[in-house]
Ligand binder design. Structure first.
Ligand code: NAD
Length: 353
């Protein structure tokens, strides 16, 4: 298996180095993996004048999976938009056709105190949000701002084709099958035709997965239920804009942004794996960042692209053991636990592995 390693900017290189240690430990143990590193984001701009250099895109295309740190930094904020680091990220997702974004929100019982919700509401939370990533109102045409009757109007088009809904539905049902066999499709079918079609296609696809219990929820209610009683959900599938908002809300259920991995998959389960957080310029270069979201992204890579659930669990269990032993980076540290650096956390996971 060939992995393209794209550390990116800010804390990216520090956290990715810890995930690479985990991959190297697995390789020393017999895993057949090859890794090649390339710049993306601000690092891509610095190296080749492009946030997604051609060579990086070629490497990503040729790889089975991509491991990404994070991109962005204040020094790049004044560049022309097409040259900004975030553009590199959006382009690589689009170029690789990564239409299914998987974001687990998982809370380790020991970290329940770090959530802004009451511990009993979130303790033991294990939720997966599948967000469609390449369609919807973010990409629909027409779009624009123009003058109508003497005033400016802004407009976008919420648009999904059946085939776009169907392919993300299959991914979501497949994931629900491997989890609790409960899938909740979130839309706004009481108001939007686009959502009406979404719901109809979900019901059609459900016939292929008789073991999965499909339910439907309007997005406004889903936002409320996620905060009220998040443990009622197992797997959620939703469109691009609803998923954008709901998955950020769900990430806060679990305490720290430094704990949450993500995967973005194409039709053949090729994927890009990255923590959900950004490049954290405020702590970059200080060996303070939490590398666990990136290490857990490697676990997702094993589960979804390499179809090796045993190794995925091995990595996840190593992280659990390190948390249970009381090791904490600054973002998840509480009184009575042991504060460690980014690299010490990486070493501890490798040892636990
Ligand atoms: P951020 O996620 O980088 O940081 C938000 C806060 O969380 C900061 O206080 C940071 O120190 C903390 N934090 C984030 N990750 C952490 C970790 N692993 N361990 C400990 N603390 C962590 O978001 P931001 O500050 O809004 O954005 C900073 C830069 O990152 C911007 O340039 C933004 O465009 C970029 N960004 C990139 C991505 C990505 O690469 N996927 C995502 C979001 C933001």
């Amino acid at each position: 298996m060939k992995i393209a390693v794209l550390p990116g900017d800010g804390i990216g290189p520090e956290i990715v180095a810890q995930a690479v240690k985990v991959l190297e430990a697995l390789r020393a143990d017999g895993a057949k993996i090859e890794m090649e590193t390339a710049p993306i984001g601000g690092a891509g701009y610095d190296a080749a004048g492009d946030p997604l250099p051609d060579a990086t895109l070629r490497l990503a295309r040729s790889a089975d999976a991509v491991l990404l740190g994070a991109v962005g930094g204040p020094q790049y904020d004044t560049l022309d938009r097409p040259l900004r680091p975030e553009r590199g990220l959006l382009r690589i997702r689009k170029e690789l056709n990564l239409f299914a974004n998987l974001r687990p929100a998982l809370l380790y019982p020991e970290l329940a105190g770090a959530s802004s919700l009451k511990p009993d509401v979130v303790s033991g939370l294990d939720l997966m949000i599948v967000r469609e990533l390449t369609g919807d109102v973010y990409f629909g045409q027409p779009r624009g701002i123009e003058l109508r009757n003497g005033e400016r109007v802004g407009y976008n088009t919420m648009l999904y084709s059946e085939s776009e809904v169907r392919r993300v539905a299959h991914v979501a049902f497949g994931i629900a099958m491997k989890r609790g066999k409960k899938l909740c499709s979130v839309e706004k079918a009481n108001v939007l035709e686009c959502s009406e079609l979404w719901k109809e296609v979900m019901i059609e696809v459900a016939r292929d997965y008789p073991e999965v219990a499909l339910s439907h929820m309007y997005v406004d209610n889903a936002a409320m239920q996620l905060i009220r009683a998040p443990k009622q959900f197992d797997t959620i599938v939703t469109g691009n804009i609803f998923g954008d908002i709901l998955s950020d809300a769900a990430s806060m259920l679990s305490g720290s942004i430094g704990m949450l991995p993500s995967a973005s998959l194409d039709e053949h389960n090729k994927g890009m794996y990255e923590p959900i957080h950004g490049s954290a310029p405020d702590i970059a270069g200080k060996n303070l960042a939490n590398p666990l979201a990136t290490i857990l992204s490697v676990a997702m890579m094993y589960r979804y692209t390499f179809a090796d659930a045993a190794t995925a669990e091995r990595i996840e269990n190593a992280v659990k053991r390190v948390i249970a032993r009381g090791l904490r980076t600054g973002d998840i540290w509480t009184e009575g636990t042991q504060k460690v650096s980014c690299s010490e956390m990486g070493d501890a996971v490798v040892k636990a592995l």
